[in-house]
Design a protein around this ligand. Structure first.
Ligand code: C2E
Ligand code: MG
Ligand code: MG
Ligand code: MG
Length: 282
């Protein structure tokens, strides 16, 4: 009997694995055609500065809608895109599309707006990344200092010397660099002084239970204080309630992003949001 249930459990396990594997293969194949078939889009999540409670920019987040699979979460398809190398072409599409959108907002008078763009560590390894970003920025016509690249700790940890050179180059031309999901990766704190960074993004896992969990609060406080002493800004992500926001203000956090202000919005809705929130400068 034990043996039987053991075997059943084993076959369940392999059936699950098989299904997982098959879905991944199908998704990966579909992803190859996603750009050409116009299935990718960007949504934009507002970012607020806490000092003056002003909307100052957006983070571009990728969405994929497939006819059969429906809406596929980036948590599922980005790892597939990374493993297959498709992330390079997809990431280039993201950079160009996000900058085009920012240029449109600047041209309609909202020149104070910034755009944050996520970079995979695979993109970060591409020799031509710097040149590609420069060209895309020049083509779009937006000032480089309105653009922020979000990288993860793993991008810095893989080849630190190359990463330092790349970040130094990008920063020299005015771009901003934020560390995404800060505190969840494997980077060493010494990177914070060796890399010319602009901002730390406090991961939402520390923000979620900020009011209930004194350890999370201690970690967030420590990140904010350390960042301030190093001349780096902090932005908290995943802020959903007024209480979280108020505590983050009290702890000295600079900026906030989360459902409390807004979910990520499709371009049209983001434009309406801007019109409600900001005065045009034209
Ligand atoms: P991330 O860059 O850390 O983005 C934050 C995620 O938290 C987003 O999920 C966002 O929709 C979600 N979020 C924002 N506010 C809240 C909130 O108040 N509460 C909760 N529970 N969640 C919130 P999303 O859009 O599903 O993206 C997931 C991850 O996929 C991103 O994490 C990023 O690592 C990756 N990703 C998304 N777009 C791109 C992209 O264009 N390129 C690359 N390389 N990665 C991307
Ligand atoms: Mg991000
Ligand atoms: Mg994050
Ligand atoms: Mg994340």
């Amino acid at each position: 009997r034990a043996k039987e249930s053991g075997r059943n459990r084993y076959s369940f396990f392999t059936a699950d694995m098989q299904q997982f594997h098959t879905r991944n293969l199908l998704l990966e194949n579909a992803l190859r055609r996603a750009i050409d078939r116009n299935q990718l889009s960007l949504v934009y999540q507002p970012q607020y500065s806490l000092v003056d409670q002003q909307l100052f920019g957006f983070e571009a987040l990728l969405r994929w809608h497939h006819d059969d699979f429906g809406q596929v979460s980036p948590a599922e398809f980005i790892p597939l895109a990374e493993r297959s190398g498709l992330i390079v072409a997809i990431g280039e599409w993201v950079i160009i599309t996000a900058l085009q959108q920012l240029a449109q907002w600047h041209n309609s008078g909202y020149r104070q707006l910034n755009m944050a763009i996520n970079l995979s560590s695979i993109q970060f390894r591409q020799e031509n990344l710097q040149q590609f970003v420069y060209n895309a920025i020049e083509f779009s016509g937006v000032p480089a200092n309105c653009v922020e690249l979000e990288i993860t700790e793993s991008a810095m940890a893989e080849q630190p010397e190359k990463a330092i050179a790349l970040i130094t180059g990008l920063r020299a031309s005015g771009l901003n660099i934020a560390i995404d999901d800060f505190g969840t990766g494997y980077s060493s704190l010494s990177y914070l002084k060796r890399f010319a960074l602009t901002k730390l993004k406090i991961d939402q896992s520390f923000v979620r239970d900020l009011l209930k969990n004194s350890q999370d609060k201690a970690i967030v406080r420590a990140i904010i204080n350390m960042a301030a002493n190093l001349g780096l800004k902090t932005i908290a992500e995943g802020v959903e309630t007024e209480q979280q926001r108020d505590l983050l203000i009290q702890l000295g956090c600079d900026e906030i992003q989360g459902y409390y202000y807004s979910k990520p919005l499709p371009a049209g809705q983001a434009s309406e949001f801007i019109q409600q929130q900001l005065q045009s400068n034209t």
